[in-house]
Ligand binder design. Structure first.
Ligand SMILES: Cc1ncc(COP(=O)(O)O)c(C=O)c1O
Length: 445
């Protein structure tokens, strides 16, 4: 039973909104005591808070309905997806952005409305494109000039006309990590404007017999903490809509997507803009540019991934070995690591941790929280301020909902973790922990 509101907890700003404290002084998530969850489901355990997920979905729908009614919100599935989770997101009123045949198959298996699915990717295979066309995907987002002819042929063979967007790289730096920036010239994603490729691709789509050009897409990178990249990106795209599509090619642009990349805080010191601020800035910029350049306001689609799920989940680990190197560093190891969260090793992502069974205890030391896998780089947090952690106690790492399980691996033949959704004191298992049988299930002897 929860006795404290989330606001009184340390790291309250990055914990799920339903977080609290049990009568025994332990962290609760969705009204569930972390110790009870772990006794049922083990560690590492990923706990998604339904209240936070619902609030984030509603924040996007409400903010954009208010600022720009002709809009649709698509959840970027790559942040985290499985079948029950897809159904849950669809029930909240969101469509989906996918980047692989696998994501399409999971959405199909979940029974969601595929006409609200947008298919991205810089190297979609002919098989994936055929799957998308045949399953009635709402939009395919063409990413390069070669894909125009390929998709036109595939749509023709399927006897369909496929509605498409074109992903343009507008040449705008979103000031994110080099591995997560996508709107600049030197990126594998999208067709650049400045080389003339974007203009050629629009012309080719407009001329294609089996493609219907619906509009343009940009995605600048992730996470974007500032408004300026969106403003600059929309300005560049607006000029392209007016000067190239309309004036030079005579092509209307009824739809536009400014992509995703909306930031979330990972540590108590970080401050991400509110969803309403993104909505206000994006909408005002697009209205101003459409007005100034004289083109009709397009329908827009937003593609938040991280900011729908990031804060909603907490990763729970059991503390294990301790190694003190006097004058250098203390390592405290947990029973997960880079196999369930590659982000710190891959791009230096920052997190903070909480002693989950005594979250109000003040920090006593600064330690490195190490994973258990066979890489020196398997360190989840370089300098965590925590009480003196004891083997067997639980460690919580908040802001664990996005791009962690989605990038999880079986490195060292780790069992990928169980996932639960919590609400009103109830925990629902939505993915079981892997077993030894799973590890050999695909082997052919
Ligand atoms: C095309 C596209 N849209 C949306 C997203 C989602 O980004 P985020 O999860 O940061 O919102 C991505 C992320 O890679 C993307 O490539």
């Amino acid at each position: 039973m929860t006795t404290h509101a989330a606001a009184t907890l340390p790291l309250a700003s990055v914990l799920p909104i339903s977080s609290g404290l049990s009568a025994a002084g332990r962290l609760t998530l969705g009204g569930c005591d972390v110790r009870d969850l772990v006794e049922r489901f083990g560690t590492p355990l990923y706990v998604y808070d339904v209240a936070t997920l619902k609030a984030q979905c509603a924040a996007y729908l409400d903010a954009f309905r208010a600022e720009y009614p002709d809009s649709d919100v698509l959840y970027a599935s790559k942040a985290f997806l499985n079948r029950p989770f897809a159904r849950f997101i669809a029930e909240q009123g969101l469509g989906f952005d996918v980047v692989s045949g696998g994501e399409i198959e999971v959405l199909r298996a979940a029974g969601v409305d595929l006409s609200r699915v947008y298919f991205h990717g810089n190297n979609k295979s002919p098989g994936e494109l055929a799957l998308a066309v045949q399953s009635g995907i709402g939009r395919i987002v063409i990413d390069n000039e070669g894909e125009v002819a390929l998709l036109d042929r595939i749509a023709g063979e399927a006897g369909r006309t496929q509605a498409v967007l074109l992903r343009v790289s507008p040449g705008v730096d979103a000031h994110t990590h080099e591995k997560t920036t996508t709107g600049i010239l030197d990126t594998k994603f999208g067709v650049p404007i400045e080389t003339g490729a974007a203009e050629r691709a629009v012309r080719a789509i407009a001329d294609a017999a089996h493609l219907e050009f619906r509009g343009l897409h940009m995605h600048l990178g992730s996470p974007i903490f500032e408004m300026d990249p969106y403003v600059l990106g929309i300005e560049v795209m607006a000029r392209f809509i007016a000067e190239i599509c309309r004036d030079r090619l005579g092509v209307e642009v009824p739809e536009f997507s400014p992509g995703g990349g909306f930031a979330v805080a990972y540590t108590g010191e970080q401050d991400a803009p509110a969803v309403a601020s993104y909505a206000a800035t994006l909408s005002a910029t697009l209205r101003r540019e459409a007005d100034r350049l004289g083109f009709p306001l397009p329908h827009i689609t937003l593609e938040p991934g991280r900011s729908i799920v990031g804060r909603a989940a907490v990763a729970l680990y059991t503390v294990g070995a301790r190694k003190e190197i006097p004058g250098v560093r203390t390592y405290v190891s947990v029973d997960g690591g880079m196999a369930d969260n590659i982000r710190p090793a891959m791009y230096g992502a920052m997190y903070e941790a909480l002693a989950a069974e005594r979250p109000l205890d003040p920090p006593e030391e600064t330690v490195a929280i190490a994973g258990k896998y066979c890489e020196s780089g398997d360190v989840l947090i370089q300098a965590a301020e925590v009480p003196h952690l004891q083997a067997g106690e639980l460690l919580a790492i908040p802001a664990a909902g996005a791009y962690q399980l989605a990038m999880a691996s079986n490195y060292n033949l780790a069992y990928r973790p169980a996932v639960v959704m919590v609400e009103d004191g109830e925990a629902r298992l939505i993915r079981r922990r892997e077993t030894p049988e799973d590890l050999v299930a695909l082997d052919v002897d």
